[in-house]
Design a protein around this ligand. Structure first.
Ligand SMILES: [Zn+2]
Length: 67
């Protein structure tokens, strides 16, 4: 990825996983993203829930967003 993305909500620098899970949960074609913390607030769950989801999608190996 050429340039750094930052969270639309809090301005934190985003990592590939943050962007991938946002695409997965919110909008695959998104070009603005939330970090895991802000995503958890939006979805009404916890950061740990989202981290578990990331692990899950990665472990399935079926989602091309997680490599
Ligand atoms: Zn954020």
């Amino acid at each position: 990825m050429a340039n750094f993305k930052t969270c639309k909500e809090c301005g934190k620098t985003l990592y590939a996983d943050d962007i991938a899970i946002h695409r997965k949960l919110i909008n695959r074609g998104a070009d603005e993203f939330f970090c895991i913390d802000c995503l958890a607030v939006k979805l009404g769950c916890t950061r740990a829930d989202i981290e578990r989801l990331i692990e899950y999608y990665r472990s399935t190996g079926r989602c091309t967003l997680f490599v």
